[in-house]
Structure formats: C-alpha cells, structure tokens
Design a protein around this ligand. Sequence first.
Ligand code: GLU
Length: 506
Amino acid sequence: MESNVRVRFAPSPTGPLHIGGVRTALFNYLFAKQHGGTFILRVEDTDQNRFVEGAEAYIIEALDWLGIPYDEGPERPGTKGPYRQSERRDIYRAYAEKLLATGWAYYAFDTPESLEHHRKEHESKGKTFIYNWHNREKLDNALTLSSEALQSRLAQGDPYVIRFKWPVDQVLVLEDLIRGSIRIDTNLLDDKVLFKSDGMPTYHLANIVDDHLMAISHVIRGEEWLPSLALHVQLYKAFGWEPPQFAHLPLILKPTGKGKLSKRDGEKLGFPVFPLSWKESQGYREAGFLPEAVLNFLAMLGWNPGTEQELFSKEELIAQFSLERVQKSGARFDPEKNKWFNHHYLQARPLESLLPEFRQELSRLLPDAGPFEDAYLHRVLGLIRERASFLWEACEAGRYFFEAPATYDEKAVKKQWKPETPDRLQAVAEVLSVLDEFSGERAEAAVKEWIAASGLGFGQVMPPLRLVLVGAMQGPHIFDIMELLGKGETLSRIERAIAVLGTTQG
Ligand code: GLU
C-alpha cells in the first residue's frame, strides 16, 4: 500500500549543514522509512543575498555520506518538482495575490528607513515595535489608501511588500506532535512579510505553498521554527488547505548543557560541528568518524528508545524511532560520547572494509614508508584496532609496524635500560636468529626458554625488548609484534637500539 507519509528536509543553502540540520534530516528520513513514506529534499534558496555557492552540493554530499538518501529532490525528480525554490519562483505570486484578494494580506510601502525610525522610537520608550493591529493603520500601507491611490502607487513602481494580516483578539491553539497544544494570542504577532516587489516570496510563503503542493504530511524541523508555527498554520487556514502535522525537534545544546551548540564551541573544544569539512572547519568525515557512528549518535540527540539501548543500526532506528519519544527539552551534545560510538563502530566493521582508509591514513602519516600489502595491513589493524577510536589513531599508535622507532621513550629508557641490557638483548637476538620458522609462538617459546636457562626474570628482558621494537612501553603482545615485523626487522631493531642506546644508559 502506498503510504501518504511525505516529509521534507528543507535546508537553505547558506553554508555548510550544521550537525543540527543533519539530525533534522535524519529524523525526517527515519520517520518516512518507518511509515513506508517519501523523504524529500527541498532546497530553499529564495534569499539570493544569503545564497552560498557550493552549499547545495555540500548538503547532498553530506546526506549521501551518512546514508540518508532522499527519494525526491534535486537530480532525483518525483512528480511534485522542481525541488529548488529558485526554479519555482513563478508559482508564488498567484498565491500572494489570492491572499490579497481574500483580505488575508495587504500591500505595504514603508521604506526600510521609516521602519527603522519606528523601531528606534519604540526602543527609546522601552517598547518593541511590532507591525500589527496596534499600529498598522498609522503606517504606509494599503489599509489606509483608497483603491485608486493604491493602484497609482503600484503603477508608479513604488517598492512594496505584501504582509499577512493577523486577525485581532483571537487565541489560536496549535498542535505539535512533540510539544502538545500551544496557545497563542494573535494580538502579539506581527504582520510578517510574505512577498516582495522583486517578485520573490519570503521563506514563510514559499515554505507553506511548497509544503502544500508537495503534499507534505508531516513537518519535522528544528525548534527555531516554532515561533513561525502560528503564521504557518494560519496561512493554511487562509488558503483553505488542510495543514500538515508539525513536530519541532529540541535544540542541540553545548557540552555544558547551557545554550545552543555553535560552531565556536566546536573550535574551542576541538570537535566537528559539520558533517564534512567546509573551508577551514574540519568535518566529521575528515576527522575520521564513520558514518554509522555519526548516524547513531545523532539519533540519540533528543530521541531515546525508552530502554538502555544506545547502539542502533540504521534498520533498528527505522523500526524503533518515534516522534512520541522525542524530548521537548534541549539535547546536550557530548563529544566524548561521539568518540565512544566511533570506537564501537570501528570495532564492528569488517577489517577489509577499513583497509583503503587505513592505507590513506598511513600514507598521510608516513608518506615514504611501504609499500605494504593488504594482508600485512589487515594483520596490523587486527592487532591494534581494539584500543583505537579512529583509524588515524590506530595508525599513529601502530606506527612502529611501518617504520623502526627513530627515538626511544626517555622515561622508559631510564627505567628499563640497564648496563647489562645490551648483552641480554644480544643473546636474545642470537636465540631468535637461529629460528627457521619465525612465528610469534616459536619466538616466544625460544625467548622464554633462554630467560629461564639464564636465571633471569621476565621483567629484565621483556620490557627492554618492547622498548627496542616499539620505541615505547605500549602496544599488543610483544611476540605478535615480532611475528609481524619478521625476523630480519626484529633483529635489526635490536641491533640498532644497542648501537643507539649503548651500555652507558640507565
Ligand atoms: N529553510 C528553512 C531552514 O533553513 C526550513 C525550515 C522548515 O523546515 O520549515 O531550516
């Protein structure tokens, strides 16, 4: 059965998509897919002053990277296109005129200077200037002009706007799927501009007309649009259309929980707020996050399943998501939690799927090392991935798999390198050099046998051995490392450390 659920993500291409915008897209997508409905991308680019070159392509690439594909939108036409408002500009005037004809809207000629003057004057008396019932009949608009005067001003090309005319003394009861009923006194609302004499609609008119023409059933968007809800619902009434259902998602808050998350918070605390890099701001993709991790943590920003479960595949999210479980209050953004999710998904990925990116990270870190075979990278990653939250982190931590240590951790040298250490390691090297089959297991047996026979303790041999192979006191099981490095490299690292650190240290 064809579903009637049609939702849209309607970004304005004014810059990169903020992580909050991505969450809005995600919640729309989850809701649509759960109901077998349609997820639409509509580009709201009517405001040419704020248009930013490349922003639309950025938005599409970000949705694509995250696996939030839209069903209808630019380059994926459905039956209700076009999906860029700039390509729909001829549609809107007729609707503005309809509102003029039915008395829901009126022409206004006030210049920006005169509006500014009124605003200042009000401010000086400690009041706020609202263009509405209170003063609209004292301002320069069609409500006070005869129809001849109006026609002549239009004919002489006076710049105008078309404003919505709020009815007086009404209490509206608006319904929001997340917030319940909201009561609004129409006397407090301003007569918003719907259309301008440059022939372009404002956001409000274009948005409502398009939602109607695109048969949108549910409007799911950020809380910042809640103040526009009354106007939007009233516009539906004015046109005689059935309004969609509305759901306003909670704000995303700073890590401190106080105030809205901003780009600056990311810069200050060192985490991305954009899905992909944009100019000098690093995106989640470039910071090494996996799309499934980003998707999962975004889903938890304001929604919860009502259980302790935190890890969700996209399919599970589609099955379990519900607007009823979206919270009203702001959702605190926790960068540490994001890392936690990434750590989880990095472990969950089949190793093979990580190799191309691991190789990339490696060539960034050590452009001159290698070449390394896939099988080698696979085994290295298998040993070191457990502790890493990012591939670049694994790469840095496992650097010694790709080049011999250039330096040795000073503290470790102080602690582990004794005057007798070179002789001991020399003996270990001899034991290893005679092995035919250089597996971790064989090496371990041989070295342990030698330690026992020499009457030494493990602590006198194993830590210095790690130091010479790794350069520091870290890493997985030392014999696993040896096996991967191979006999030649293991022996040469021992030789090199003896030469560099000598007998006098410690
Ligand atoms: N163009 C608006 C934005 O940039 C869309 C708001 C809405 O979804 O109605 O977010």
